[in-house]
Write a protein that binds this ligand. Structure first.
Ligand SMILES: [Zn+2]
Length: 304
């Protein structure tokens, strides 16, 4: 029998993980709004944090007209889970550096006389509570040489071109899953790093601790759009799930898929490693929705 204090301490990490997981969305209060024509809009939170995911719905009478929607001026695709349903779903990603403020989700559809009808819901985005790490290190470790700098910039252009592409169909079906078996707690999302007084871009993914060689599984069905070694993220796989939703798997020791390949939810796509700029083996898992960098845990915890 362990002394009580030690037993308590052993119990702490999972409990802390659970508390962090529950606290991280910083979201509250679903919004429900009645609009003309018996249309109802819902958004999962009226107040949310940077890096969060919002689930939206358009609930209509028996037949739904052609709806379009946008969030802060960007189109948000809407889909129905089955053809008979009078409910449309949409996902809004709130970028982890989105300036705090009030943003509009606007839905438009043709009215009975042909004029466009619109209805809006406003969501308040609050600053995320992310840990900040201040480090003082020798310059050579933070400043890549010109050649490395060039590689990193090319990688960034490549990623940006991928995220510019919005595949106009839903390739996934059902719930998004965590990418490792038996590892349910990940961390570091949104962590700000200040090296020698200089702010670095925030950490846009979730890090899962795992031994090198652990199989990595795709979170959902989709098309592999990148499978190669990048400067910072090492061996990287990016999967396009459609509607501007992408998941990314980084620092892999091995890549098991090719660009252009369709992968089924839960298929093995590689193995955990320590490639790229890392201090040890782990899986870095990213979720991007229309360029917005979102805490990937949220898509796995909440049924879209
Ligand atoms: Zn990471």
């Amino acid at each position: 029998m362990l002394p009580l204090l030690i037993r308590k301490l052993l119990f702490l990490p999972p409990l802390l993980g659970l508390l962090l997981a529950l606290a991280s969305p910083q979201a509250s209060g679903q919004i429900r709004k009645s609009c003309p024509g018996g249309i109802v809009l819902t958004v999962s939170a009226g107040v949310t944090g940077q890096g969060s995911l919002l689930l939206t719905k358009v609930l209509g009478p028996a037949t739904l007209p052609a709806f379009s929607s946008d969030w802060d001026g960007r189109a948000i695709p809407l889909w129905s889970e089955d053809e008979k349903s009078a409910t449309l779903h949409g996902l809004i990603g709130v970028d982890l550096e989105k300036p705090p403020g009030r943003y509009e989700w606007k839905v438009s559809w043709p009215g009975p006389d042909g004029d466009a009808l619109t209805c809006s819901v406003f969501v308040t985005v609050r600053a995320g509570k992310f840990p900040t790490e201040r480090l003082k290190v020798e310059k050579q470790f933070v400043q890549p040489d010109p050649e490395q700098q060039k590689r990193a910039e090319e990688d960034q252009k490549k990623m940006s071109a991928i995220y510019d592409t919005v595949t106009p169909e839903r390739l996934w079906d059902g719930k998004f899953r965590l990418p490792l078996k038996g590892v349910t707690t990940g961390g570091n999302f949104g962590r700000r790093r200040i090296l020698n007084g200089e702010a670095r871009s925030p950490h846009a993914g979730v890090d899962f601790p795992a031994a090198a060689g652990t199989p990595v599984f795709t979170s959902q069905t989709g098309k592999v759009v990148l499978a190669e070694e990048l400067f910072y993220s090492g061996n990287t796989v990016v999967v396009d799930h459609g509607y501007g939703i992408y998941t990314l798997y980084a620092h892999l020791s091995e890549i098991g898929v090719h660009p252009g390949e369709m992968v089924k939810a839960g298929a093995e796509i590689g193995k955990v490693g320590a490639t790229g700029r890392v201090t040890g083996p782990h899986l870095h898992w990213g979720l991007t929705i229309d360029h917005a960098r979102v805490n990937a845990m949220e898509i796995a915890q909440r049924q879209p």
